[in-house]
Design a protein around this ligand. Structure first.
Ligand SMILES: Cc1cc2nc3c(=O)[nH]c(=O)nc-3n(C[C@H](O)[C@H](O)[C@H](O)COP(=O)(O)OP(=O)(O)OC[C@H]3O[C@@H](n4cnc5c(N)ncnc54)[C@H](O)[C@@H]3O)c2cc1C
Length: 444
């Protein structure tokens, strides 16, 4: 591994640019959105806007719309009181952060002048411009923004349920801070003993596709620190032939895992069943089911849009994004319902599903909703910008940024995206959370 110490001119340059960095940290310095810009003055309207979901995308868009519009009735619907900073879960699950670092009351971020309905949407009714809630309300809208995030389908793995996380050697970084904390408890025991660890990855799109890779590399590094690496056997089991969507990083990882980290890659191994009592996992390989024993397993569940979209009118009805919200990948407008927009993990686009993508999408959606209200052509477009601080070990990461063309779009000339460096680790560990909060407040 490269081991660039933070004691040189690179560090000074890095820190000197830290203000810009904070803005860039979840993003790529605005590289992800074309033409999106705040209007000179708020547009007067009495439009009713409903935003379904108050996570990264929902809050960021609500904040922007509340500033860009004057007189609009903006209703945000979400029953969750706590805002989760999900990019921090990887650090919780590997013992680097405490769970409390990733939780905040959502009241901290809800913009003034927005009505927060503490409820859940159970049905979208786009033909009648209404959403139905679990609490029995039928909420009418003129414009709808869908930002519900995605659904974790643990039940697609036979024998798996979330109560297992933290027991019988089972971990899962996804879902919530408590699961991440329990994952660390299970991983911690494994690190003491070594033996066999399996790191899974489901078929289909997942949020932060780097997270399963980061967990693998951080725990491999932790074994080295504990002095138990020689007693451990690590397997990374992707569902197909690839490890990462960006081709240069994919090629790098396919060599780096086996040759530099002694991690075996078992291709074409989607996890289909787990038997926690026996500590066995079964994979559906092209040659038929294959069962492997484990001492620690990191389970990543298949993911989908929430069922009401997956099986409803608003999802793609066919094709490679089937079941995900059917938006135009540039304007983020629904392709069949022009008064519906979407952002974040729920959308069916070629890449995305990161907070970095949300940072680029939020101004696009806000500008385009404002234009739609004014019956103008939609001015803004997302270019697919996404990013991943791919942690290779504690203190080192590669800052991988790319767009719809899968071309690298590095934000910092002095950082080679193909090399691990201390600066992206510093970014992830120390700066991204502040940048994420700034995104929620519409400041970056
Ligand atoms: C382990 C992990 C590591 C990650 N690491 C990174 C990283 O390093 N960099 C990065 O950029 N991104 C990372 N991400 C991804 C990032 O957190 C997500 O892409 C981002 O949070 C997506 O925002 P969202 O608003 O679409 O969804 P969320 O932030 O998940 O918010 C969705 C909201 O919708 C609400 N909701 C759900 N259903 C309903 C309903 N029926 N009615 C009303 N409200 C509903 C939920 O309560 C929630 O508040 C990571 C994610 C995880 C899990």
């Amino acid at each position: 591994m490269s081991n660039n110490n933070p004691t040189n001119t690179g560090r000074r340059r890095f820190l000197a640019g830290s203000a810009a960095m904070a803005g860039a940290a979840t993003t790529g310095i605005g590289a992800g959105s074309l033409l999106a810009s705040p209007p000179a003055k708020a547009v007067s309207t009495d439009a009713r806007i409903v935003i379904a979901g108050a996570g990264a995308a929902g809050i960021s868009i609500a904040t922007r719309l509340s500033r860009q519009l004057d007189g609009a009735r903006i209703t945000v619907i979400d029953s969750r009181e706590t805002h989760l900073y999900q990019p921090g879960l990887t650090l919780v699950a590997t013992g680097n952060w405490t769970p409390s670092k990733v939780e905040d009351p959502n009241t901290r971020f809800m913009p003034d002048g927005v009505e927060w309905l503490h409820d859940d949407v159970v049905e979208f009714n786009p033909d009648n411009n209404r959403v139905e809630t679990a609490g029995g309300e039928s909420v009418p809208y003129d414009y709808l923004v869908i930002t519900t995030g995605l659904q974790l389908n643990f039940d697609a793995i036979e024998g798996m349920d979330t109560s297992l996380i933290g027991r019988e050697g089972v971990g899962c970084v996804y879902a919530n801070p408590d699961h991440a904390r329990r994952t660390w408890e299970a991983a911690d025991l494994f690190l003491d003993e070594g033996r066999v660890a399996l790191f899974t990855r489901p078929p289909g799109p997942i949020k932060c596709a780097g997270a399963p890779l980061k967990v693998t590399m951080l725990l491999e590094d932790a074994l080295q620190d504990r002095g138990t690496r020689s007693k451990a056997e690590l397997h990374y089991l992707p569902p197909g032939e690839g490890l990462f969507s960006q081709p240069d990083i994919n090629t790098f990882l396919k060599d780096y895992f086996p040759s530099k980290r002694d991690i075996t890659i078992d291709y074409n191994h989607p996890l289909v069943a787990i038997d926690p009592g026996r500590r066995e996992a079964t994979f559906g390989t092209p040659e038929g089911p294959r069962t492997l024993g484990y001492d620690f397993i990191h389970v990543v569940p298949p993911m989908s849009a929430p069922d009401m979209i997956r099986y409803g009118d608003l999802g793609w009805q066919e094709g490679s994004f089937e079941g995900w919200l059917e938006v135009d990948q540039y304007s983020m407008q629904h392709r069949r319902y022009p008064n519906v927009f979407g952002a974040g993990d729920v959308v069916g686009t070629p890449i995305g599903k990161t907070a970095a993508s949300v940072k680029a999408q939020a101004p696009v959606v806000a500008d385009n909703v404002v234009a739609a209200i004014q019956e103008q052509a939609l001015p803004a477009a997302w270019n697919g910008y996404t990013s991943c601080p791919l942690i290779t070990e504690k203190g080192q990461a590669m800052l991988v940024e790319f767009d719809f063309n899968l071309d690298m779009t590095p934000s910092f000339a002095f950082l080679d995206p193909m090399k691990a460096h201390w600066a992206p680790w510093f970014l992830k560990d120390q700066m991204l959370h502040a940048a994420y909060n700034a995104m929620l407040r519409g400041r970056v």
